[in-house]
Structures are given as structure tokens and as C-alpha cells.
Design a protein. Structure first.
Length: 471
């Protein structure tokens, strides 16, 4: 059943031959843990604390032609030791989520169980601290655990709470399943137990980054980390292992050579903005660019032609001058040359603003400073696919919400946050019992997150709105 081996590990193609052989020797030494099959950690078990409130939900009606999919998934999980037959009074419904490639993903809707589960306060890693620790490093290797959640066993006293019914009978999980609200906390606890600092490494959930100043140090740290993973019973997915790079993507940033910069494709979203035609669009542009003033010398003076257009006495349809165009292009040029995303402050709550137009969806991850000003931490947007343009207004707004939270998931997982949106009906998504399979699928995608939805006036949601209209 194993499909990936140590031969699938990705090495820096620019490594000198001698260094390549050295690091391959280290990786091959630990070939046993290089597999896409999940291991079993020996130091932790996941508990579901719900006060023994029994949750037994009816199975949603399923199309008859999905029976084979369910049978195959059950067999796969039985063979891997992920589930076992059950006689539990609990039962959560199965949901089959269609993937973009047309295949189906097997999921369990644990929302009922999550509602009565006691929150786990295990601290989540602080990415800002991780970035600071990488400042002087010159060599990087990234390790991704194979099916990370399935490497954590369930507490035998709680496994019956995860049961689900099929035509083959009732089954319960032996390993920690996706969808449990406290699963991210248990995963963070496991990673803390690894004491990665002793291995010259840091982690954020299942992403482990080995870093060092010198090459010899890097080889020793990598060997020590892989030894420890093996001792804990963990495995790493070979195709997600990147070895010996001097610059590497980590938590949505490019890290290396003493610098941190945004991934190019994220800045490209700003660079694709078309010339503003209305005061509202100019105000949104000024607001987005304003947060990056520390990267742009003479920012205030540079932006004068644009800020003038936002004054109350100016018309809604702007008079775009040569000076405005020069300022606009200069700002985009400067942003393309400098870091364009802010380091997050994890002592402050996050706010996600989302928006959907007829051509695109967008989200902005934001935080409020000491003066009460809200600033972007990360931005994301994409064009709607042809089929998505035919969604109803509320479906496009829901799509924007789910897509944005997924884009920002590294910052939101395990933390309470607020979603601000200018589409009021979107607030029912968390409570949805609709027969609309698309909305149900999106609701399931959000079940691990803890957030509330707050309505926002469209005029206050300019950052997300302008990005959603890129298409």
C-alpha cells in the first residue's frame, strides 16, 4: 500500500556534488521513516472531553452510487489500522466531499460532537517567534509528516465517541480523525514533546523546518531530527521533504539569506490591480499600500496625488492624472521589490474580511493596532472559475469565506477569530442544516475552526472588495 519511498525526496538542485552526497547519506540512513504510510506516536493520545454527553446523529441521505466509495474507504482505513468495528451508542454522519478532480473524499461530520467538546487550551506555536529564530540561518530542510493526524492514537476511553455507521456496520477511530475541534491542540502538544529546538528545528503543526548557520551543523541537526522522529514512531512523507535549500517557503514566506520576503505570487495579486476609476477604489488602494509605508521611502509624499482623490470634496468618479499614474506605478514597483506582508502579532486577535464579486473572491487577514487602526497581515484573491460565476450571491460569499480561511489556515488554526463580511445571510452557514450539498460541504470544511461572523458595511470592506475584482 506504500506508494512513496526515500527515492521521492526532493533535494536542492544547486547543491554541490559533495554536499548532495553527504545529505543523501543522512536521508538514506533514515529511509525507514520516509513513507506515505502514517506511523504511530508513542507519547500522546488524543482525548475527547465532552462530559459523556452522547451524540447520535442520523446519517444524511447518500446517493446509491456512493456505496462503493464508502466501502473502499472503510477497507483502506481498516487495513491501515485507523478504524475498528464498534458497538458505540455514539454516531456522527458520513459526508462525501467531491474534489476538484472529480474524486470523492470521505469525511465525518463531527459538528454535533464538537458542540459539546471542552476546548483544549494547549498553546499554538507563534510564527513570529519562528521567523525571528531563522534570521541568521543559511541552510534549510523542510519535513512534512505523513498524514499527521493519523499518527496520533485516540485514548481508548474516547474512541467510541468517534463512531460512524455504514452499511457494513458501525466503526470507530483508533487514530485521531480530521474534523475534531480539539485535534489541532493535540497535534501541537505532540510537536512540543519532540523538543525540536534540540534538533536545530522549529515547527508549525506538521511543517518541520531544520535550519542552521553552517553545513556541517545542518547535517548533524537533520540526522538528530530524523532519529527523534523514528524514536517517537513518526513518519515523513517523501514527496513533501525538501532538503538543503538556502531559501525555502515556510508559512507563506520565503526565508533565507538573512531575509524574509513574500512568496512572489502573493505580491503579484497587488501588481495586477488595474487603474482605480472611483474614489472607493482609490481609498482601498491607499489603505492597502499605506500599511507598507515602512518599505517605501518618502511614502507620504509619493501618495499625495492619490490621497487627494479621496477627499470629501472630490467626485466619486476620479480624475486620473499623470501624477496619479506615476504614484500608482511607483507604489506597485516598490512593493514588488520589498516585503509586502506584515508579520503577525499573535497576542492580538485576527479578523478575516472576505468579499465576492461577479468575477473573483478575496480575503484579507487583518489585525488592530494600539491606536485602533486595522491593518492587513496577508492578502489573497483569485478569479472565479466559470462554474462559480453561476453561483448565487450567498454561495459566492460562502466560497470566499471558506477559501480565505483555508488560505490563512496556518494563522487561524487553533485560535478564535472574527470573520467580517458585508453579506448578512452568510451568518447562517455555521448553523446550516440545509440540503444544499455545496453549503454543507463548506460548513464541514470550517468545523475545526472557532470563529464568529460579524456583518460589516460594504464601504468598510474595501481591501477585500478591490482584490476580489481583479478579474
Amino acid at each position: 500500500m506504500q506508494t512513496e519511498t526515500v527515492e521521492d525526496v526532493h533535494y536542492n538542485p544547486d547543491l554541490e556534488p559533495e554536499r548532495l552526497e553527504q545529505v543523501k547519506s543522512v536521508i538514506n540512513k533514515h529511509a525507514k521513516i520516509m513513507t506515505d504510510l502514517p506511523g504511530t506516536v508513542h507519547t500522546i493520545q488524543h482525548s475527547v472531553r465532552n462530559g459523556d454527553i452522547v451524540v447520535n446523529q442520523r446519517q444524511y441521505p447518500m446517493p446509491f452510487d456512493t456505496e462503493k466509495v464508502i466501502e473502499d474507504e472503510v477497507k483502506k482505513m481498516l487495513d491501515l489500522g485507523i478504524i475498528e468495528p464498534s458497538q458505540s451508542p455514539y454516531s456522527s454522519p458520513i459526508v462525501l466531499v467531491k474534489k476538484p478532480d472529480g474524486s470523492v473524499r470521505f469525511c465525518i461530520d463531527f459538528r454535533g460532537l464538537n458542540k459539546v467538546t471542552i476546548f483544549d487550551s494547549e498553546p499554538i506555536p507563534d510564527p513570529e517567534s519562528l521567523f525571528v529564530s531563522l534570521r541568521d540561518k543559511n541552510f534549510f530542510t523542510k519535513i512534512d509528516l505523513a498524514k499527521g493526524y493519523w499518527q496520533i492514537p485516540l485514548d481508548p476511553q474516547d474512541k467510541h465517541k468517534t463512531s460512524f455507521r455504514t452499511s457494513q456496520g458501525l466503526f470507530q477511530f483508533l487514530k485521531m480523525p480530521f474534523g475534531l475541534a480539539t485535534a489541532p491542540s493535540s497535534f501541537a502538544r505532540m510537536m512540543r514533546q519532540l523538543k525540536l529546538a534540540e534538533c536545530g528545528s522549529v515547527s508549525f503543526f506538521d511543517d518541520i523546518l531544520v535550519s542552521s548557520v553552517g553545513w556541517e551543523e545542518h547535517l548533524k541537526s537533520l540526522d538528530k531530527l530524523l532519529t527523534r522522529l523514528g524514536e517517537f514512531g513518526l513518519t515523513a512523507r517523501p514527496t513533501k521533504v525538501e532538503v538543503g535549500f538556502q531559501e525555502i517557503e515556510f508559512l507563506g514566506h520565503m526565508i533565507g539569506m538573512g531575509k524574509m520576503r513574500p512568496v512572489d505570487k502573493k505580491v503579484t495579486k497587488i501588481l495586477k490591480l488595474e487603474t482605480p476609476r472611483t474614489k472607493r477604489q482609490v481609498r482601498a488602494l491607499v489603505g492597502l499600500a499605506g500599511y507598507y509605508r515602512r518599505y517605501i521611502p518618502g511614502f507620504s509624499q509619493l501618495m499625495v496625488p492619490l490621497t487627494e482623490l479621496t477627499k470629501k470634496n472630490k467626485p466619486a468618479k476620479v480624475q486620473w492624472t499623470d501624477q496619479c499614474e506615476t504614484a500608482f506605478q511607483t507604489v506597485k514597483q516598490r512593493l514588488s521589490e520589498q516585503p509586502a506582508v506584515a508579520l503577525p502579532d499573535f497576542d492580538r486577535p485576527f479578523t478575516v474580511r472576505t468579499d465576492a464579486s461577479g468575477t473573483g473572491i478575496a480575503g484579507v487577514l487583518m489585525q488592530t493596532d494600539d491606536e485602533g487602526h486595522i491593518h492587513p497581515v496577508m492578502y489573497a484573491s483569485r478569479k472565479l472559475l466559470d462554474r462559480e460565476t453561476r453561483y448565487s450571491a450567498i454561495e459566492r460569499e460562502c466560497l470566499a469565506l471558506v477559501w480565505a480561511i483555508d488560505k490563512f489556515s496556518r494563522y487561524l488554526t487553533g485560535r478564535y477569530f472574527v470573520v467580517e463580511t458585508d453579506h448578512r445571510p452568510l451568518t447562517y452557514l455555521q448553523r446550516s442544516k440545509t440540503t444544499n450539498s455545496r453549503l454543507m460541504r463548506w460548513a464541514l470544511a470550517l468545523q475545526e475552526y472557532q470563529f464568529s461572523v460579524m456583518p460589516i458595511c460594504g464601504t468598510d470592506n474595501l481591501e477585500a472588495d478591490i482584490l476580489s475584482r481583479l478579474g
